[in-house]
Design a protein around this ligand. Structure first.
Ligand code: GYE
Length: 307
């Protein structure tokens, strides 16, 4: 229908599709690249994007979604900071007939009709890939391999699933023990602080750091150096995402491997929004293709990296 100024009907004043997007925050290089991808893809697709940053707080995401409902946007998309606690607000969106797309992270809801699709990575598989790299790259022997784990945001899908995949792939290999595990909230500062505590408690006993993202690994690398040890050698460092900072750390010999997690979801999100507007069906799950980059491959891959 005719959308007048004041916007009582659907769509922007100019008839463009309106997408409300609630982002987790700006906690990591991955997130910065994800935000840039969503903004530029919306621009290229001619979609009117209403973007809101939740600063890693679920309450902020819930109010952003409520405000998108009040604005009667065409589609709501969001990357849920944690998995639980979404049913009430998603039911409000459903009652307002506004379709919801999840990007990057999953929610834990009992009613599958509360969202259309989830566009994102298989985090359990990413955790398994990290463990497989470790199994294949530990010097032969039967001595213990003592691992410390820097977990992502408590209750978030990537923290839950990466942990699950990593532990699952190491089960049945008693040589490998995760001796300490704590959240660094996906930030550099968090990774550094938790690693300092691990080093204080366990010292030289630590053989491997498994970080749920590159930023925490980079923070941990600083803590290891400040403790007078060599990251990448005295303590092996494994992380996830594959951001530029990780490639730089690998080229400096300080990070051993990063498991890729692609943040460039913007184009797929805009395609999904267009499909929804056109009434076309979408798969429930849209998975992103990803690789593993060990240190030796970093210099060759670096120039082609897009985030
Ligand atoms: O790995 C981390 C970010 O949800 C996959 O969130 C994302 C994760 C990513 O803060 O760096």
């Amino acid at each position: 229908g005719l959308a007048l100024a004041g916007c009582s009907g659907r769509g922007g004043h100019d008839g463009r599709t309106v997408l409300g997007f609630s982002q987790v925050g700006a906690e990591s290089e991955w997130r910065t690249a994800n935000t840039a991808s969503i903004k530029s893809a919306a621009h290229d697709a001619g979609i009117d994007l209403r973007f809101s940053d939740a600063q890693q707080k679920q309450a902020n995401q819930i109010s952003a979604i409520r405000s998108f409902i009040a604005q009667r946007v065409d589609v709501i998309a969001f990357s849920p900071v944690v998995e639980s606690g979404w049913e009430p607000v998603l039911r409000e969106a459903k009652a307002a007939h506004i379709p919801v797309v999840l990007t990057d992270r999953a929610v834990d809801v009992s009613d599958p009709s509360l969202y259309v699709t989830l566009i994102g990575s298989d985090f359990v598989e990413e955790g398994r890939k990290a463990a497989r790299w470790l199994l294949q790259n530990t010097p032969a022997g039967d001595g213990p391999v003592d691992i410390v784990e820097l977990e992502g945001t408590v209750g978030s899908a990537p923290a839950i699933d990466r942990k699950k995949g990593f532990h699952e792939a190491l089960a049945g290999h008693p040589r490998y023990q995760v001796i300490r595990s704590q959240s660094g909230d996906f930030t550099r500062a968090g990774g550094k602080e938790v690693m300092e505590a691990f080093l204080k408690a366990e010292g030289k006993r630590i053989n491997v750091v498994f970080a749920h993202n590159d930023d925490m690994a980079i923070g941990a690398i600083q803590a290891i150096e400040e403790a007078g040890l060599r990251p990448g050698r005295d303590i092996k460092v494994i992380s996830m995402d594959g951001v530029k900072g990780a490639f730089e750390a690998m080229m400096a010999g300080k990070l051993n491997v990063t498991v890729e997690c692609n943040p460039l979801l913007g184009p797929q999100l805009m395609q999904a929004v267009a499909a929804i507007k056109a009434g076309k069906p979408l798969p429930r799950r849209i998975v992103v293709e990803e690789s593993v980059y060990p240190m030796e491959s970093a210099a060759a891959a670096f120039p082609t990296r897009k985030y």
